[in-house]
Design a protein around this ligand. Sequence first.
Ligand code: PAF
Length: 278
Amino acid sequence: MQSGKLNSTLKVIEHVSDLEPGRYRAFVPTMGALHDGHLSLIKIAQQFDAQTLVSIFVNPLQFDNPDDLAKYPKQLEQDFAKLDSLGVGAVFVPNSNEIYPSKPELIDSGAIGLMYEGKSRAGHFDGVLTVVNRLFNLVNPKFAIFGEKDFQQLFLIKQLVKQRQIPTEVISAPLVRDIDGLALSSRNVRLSPDGRKAALVISKALRAGSETGDLEKMQEIIASEPQFKLDYLSIIDENNFSIANDRTVNARILIAGWVEGVRLIDNMPVQNWTYLEK
Ligand code: PAF
């Protein structure tokens, strides 16, 4: 496999045996189909180490739906070109046998792993933590960058690192939105122009709720878009994922649902959380 460019400086690593643990201080794990959100993570990583390592591995363990796994966009050559243009040092593109030479023992993501995304996607976070733990073992980075777009994932990875005393600092990176407000996601390419318009109801509702956390106002906005099938809309306490209450200091709105069968998730912090007892 080559990066497809004559003057490319991007090193493509396919085999675990070619990785030198600790060689790359900054690491950005991805599943490919790179968009500007991923590129923003890489730019942050490069502030820690210009020779950042990016991995591209579509982890089968985190998909509960074979159709979703099969439809996950794959565009390796385009990804390589993007990494090259950013001057990324190396990309790790293992196959499944490299990552899982034998049946892996799944890491239990615990109670929080069963909520929200974990409730709708059985075993999702166990799969995420298992692959992240494996990648951290192989790469042994000093810093690893994850986006706030997957807020629950970020929380659970931070928890994993703490519980297992993994010597990697998890750095969180802000969520990136398109100019129309839609949170960037590799899945967005599966939306028709009409579907994309409908999906904007998500960021519209979040913006409306982000000042004080007005759930009713958000529910009203969501209900106004029949193409959006809501899965959950909640305001949580960032510290423990419980429903935000009068003791909550940092509240965040979590939302997920489907447009045209495409699962979309988003979140936004509440600026001045106002708890109203019902
Ligand atoms: O966020 C993702 O792209 C994936 O869940 C991750 C962290 C690369 C693990 O497969």
